[in-house]
Design a protein around this ligand. Structure first.
Ligand code: 5GP
Ligand code: MG
Length: 175
């Protein structure tokens, strides 16, 4: 059984707030929002429709290598869908800030690509210790150290279509 952690109403109100923060921070700046695939797709589509301004949108796919811990340098990145970001302000958008390795590594990559600034926004941030120095610039919800699914987040590519965020109980993981 899945326990609902955040309802679709909670999420909607949170994204209104995130959109207001982004609008205030970037004002007239040349903004490119990059969604980290696949978990951020629903968040990306809901967020960008709340931003009434000129901006570019792109996607990057990042995942840690199968069977490896998420440690620095172990990220598989597909940048084929990336627009030109040199000289623009990049906002990386991801579903969840867990170990922080994914966004730390992506921030480095975008700095090397010549972005004028690189900042990060996440829907969820887990309460756990981290090795990385990066902190997410925009966090919609702080949650406990649970494994969550829904609203884009998956378990074995299932559950992404749930309109809410739910906790996947440990007994539902294969032992
Ligand atoms: P990181 O550990 O690098 O901060 O997060 C890596 C990725 O792990 C996230 O983008 C997300 O795809 C996945 N992840 C981390 N925690 C969870 C979780 O609780 N549920 C799901 N579905 N994915 C997670
Ligand atoms: Mg992800």
């Amino acid at each position: 059984m899945l326990k609902v952690l955040l309802t679709s109403q909670d999420i909607s109100a949170g994204i209104d707030q995130l959109a207001a923060e982004i609008t205030a921070h970037y004002a007239e700046k040349d903004l490119t929002i990059i969604g980290v695939m696949t978990g951020s797709i629903i968040l990306l589509s809901d967020l960008i429709r709340r931003l009434d301004r000129r901006m570019r949108v792109g996607l990057i796919q990042a995942r840690s290598y199968q069977g490896e811990n998420t440690t620095a340098g172990h990220l598989q990145v597909n940048a084929d869908m990336l627009p030109e970001v040199e000289g623009t302000h990049v906002l990386l958008l991801d579903d969840i800030f867990d170990s922080g390795q994914t966004l730390s590594e992506l921030v480095n990559r975008f700095q090397k690509l010549g972005a004028t600034s690189v900042r990060t926004a996440v829907l969820l941030r887990k309460d756990r210790p981290r090795d990385v120095t990066l902190t997410a610039d925009h966090v919609v919800f702080d949650i406990g150290n649970h494994f969550v699914v829904g609203y884009g987040l998956d378990y074995n590519d299932e559950y992404r279509n749930l309109p809410h965020i739910a906790i996947l109980p440990t007994q539902d993981f294969p032992s």
